[in-house]
Design a protein around this ligand. Structure first.
Ligand SMILES: *Cc1c(COP(=O)(O)O)cnc(C)c1O
Length: 367
C-alpha cells in the first residue's frame, strides 16, 4: 500500500489509471485467454477482475492476497495443505464450516486437534510449540471472544508452525494480524467486504510468497477460484466498506448499551462494552470493535425465536456483514448446541439507529 489511509485505499486501489481505460475494472467473464500469455485459464490464473480485487484487499494489510469463491474455499486451502499426521489448534467453537473440516479430518485420523478457549492465552502459547497450524478466529463466533493477537502472534513458535487468523468479524479496518506476526489472514468477503448479502467470496492475505504459491496451487486443484462477476461485485462493495463499518459500529455500540439496560435482555456480548470478558484485550490492538454482537433474552429459547420472528425492520436471517441488520438464534445451528438457547447473534447494519431500536422495543414488548 502507498501512503493513502486504508479508507482511501479502499476507494482508490484496484483501478487501471490509463487514459481511455474505464475507471472500474470490468467483470471479465472468460474461462480462457489467447496464447501465448502467462494467463491461460481463469481457474489457475484468475481474471483481470480478480487481480484488481487482490490488489485492493492485499494492500489493506500490506500483503499479497488471493481471492476465492467463498470464505470456506479459502479456509479449506489453509487446512488441506497440512500433511497427514499434522496437529492443529482451533478455538472451541470456530465457524461451523471450519469446525466441519477440522472434525472430519480428526475422525479420519488425518490430524490431531487441540480445542482451546480463545481467551486462554497461555494455552495458545503452548500450542505454538506443539502444533503445525494455529488457527484463531477473532472476534469469535458467537460469544465475540477476542484473542490476544499481539501476545500470541509475537510469541516464539516451533519451526514451520503457521498462525492463521480468521479476521472476518473485524475486517482489515479494525485489526492487522500480519503486522502482529500472523502468517496468513482469512476473510469471508461474503460479509463486511462485500457488504450487501449478494455474493460469496473469500480471501487469504499473506506476506510469505511461498505460502501464497502453495495456496494458489491448491486453489487451482480445487477449482476454488472466484468468478469474474463475483470479483467485480466484491470490489464494488469494498469501495464503501469504511463508510459502512463506521456507521455499523456506531449503531452497534449504541444498541449494545441500550440492550444492556433493557429489562427483557439478560446479557449482551459486544467487545466494545467494558463488561465483555475480553474487552480489555481487544482495546489493546483493535481500532474498532466491529458490528457483531450477541445478546440473550429472558425466558426460554422459544422466547428468543419469538423475538426474532417479531422483528419488522431487522431481518430474521443467517449470515452477517450486510448493510441491512440481521439476527438469528445460534444454538439451532448443527454443532452449536453448546451455545445458550436464548442467545441471538446480531449483525448490525447501517439503518438509522432509532429505527432499529424502535424495532427491538416493539418485538421485546410484544413477545
Ligand atoms: C461466513 C464465515 C466463514 C465462511 O465464509 P463463506 O463466505 O460463507 O464461505 C468463515 N468464517 C467466518 C467467521 C464467517 O463468518
Amino acid at each position: 500500500m502507498n501512503d493513502w489511509t486504508p479508507e482511501t485505499w479502499l476507494i482508490a486501489a484496484g483501478r487501471n489509471r490509463t487514459p481511455g481505460e474505464p475507471l472500474n475494472v470490468a467483470p471479465v467473464l472468460a474461462s480462457n485467454f489467447y496464447l501465448p500469455d502467462d494467463r491461460l485459464y481463469s481457474r489457475s490464473d484468475g481474471t483481470p477482475t480478480s487481480d484488481a480485487l487482490e490488489e485492493l484487499l492485499g494492500g489493506m494489510e500490506n500483503g499479497k492476497a488471493l481471492s476465492f469463491a467463498s470464505g470456506m474455499a479459502a479456509a479449506a486451502v489453509i487446512l488441506h495443505r497440512l500433511p497427514v499426521g499434522s496437529s492443529i489448534a482451533v478455538p472451541v467453537d470456530p465457524y461451523h464450516g471450519v469446525a466441519g473440516i477440522v472434525n472430519e479430518g480428526e475422525a479420519q485420523g488425518r490430524w490431531s486437534v487441540l480445542r482451546l478457549d480463545q481467551a486462554d492465552t497461555p494455552a495458545w502459547l503452548d500450542a505454538l510449540q506443539t502444533c503445525d497450524l494455529v488457527w484463531l478466529e477473532t472476534p469469535e463466533n458467537p460469544l465475540m471472544t477476542v484473542a490476544d493477537l499481539p501476545t500470541i502472534c509475537a510469541a516464539p513458535r516451533r519451526d514451520g508452525t503457521i498462525v492463521a487468523v480468521d479476521s472476518t468479524f473485524a475486517t482489515s479496518l479494525n485489526q492487522q494480524p500480519l503486522d502482529l506476526g500472523a502468517d496468513v489472514v482469512m476473510h469471508s468477503a461474503t460479509k463486511f467486504i462485500g457488504g450487501h448479502s449478494d455474493l460469496l467470496a473469500g480471501v487469504l492475505i499473506t506476506r510469505n510468497d511461498e505460502l501464497l504459491e502453495e495456496f494458489r496451487h491448491r486453489r487451482l486443484l480445487y477449482g476454488a477460484t472466484i468468478g469474474g462477476m463475483e470479483a467485480f461485485l466484491t470490489i464494488r462493495g469494498a469501495r464503501t466498506m469504511a463508510l459502512r463499518m463506521e456507521r455499523a459500529q456506531q449503531n452497534a455500540m449504541e444498541l449494545a448499551m441500550r440492550l444492556t439496560r433493557h429489562p427483557e435482555i439478560s446479557r449482551v456480548l459486544y467487545p466494545g462494552l467494558p463488561s465483555h470478558p475480553t474487552h480489555a484485550v481487544a482495546a489493546t490492538f483493535m481500532t474498532g470493535f466491529g458490528a457483531m454482537m450477541s445478546f440473550e433474552t429472558t425466558g426460554a429459547g422459544e422466547r428468543a425465536t419469538d423475538v426474532c420472528n417479531r422483528m419488522e425492520l431487522v431481518n430474521h436471517a443467517t449470515s452477517l456483514g450486510g448493510v441491512e441488520t440481521t439476527m438469528e438464534r445460534r444454538s439451532v445451528i448443527p454443532g452449536q448446541e453448546r451455545i445458550p438457547p436464548t442467545l441471538i447473534r446480531l449483525s448490525v447494519g447501517c439503518e438509522q439507529v432509532e429505527d432499529l431500536w424502535a424495532d427491538f422495543v416493539q418485538a421485546l414488548t410484544a413477545s
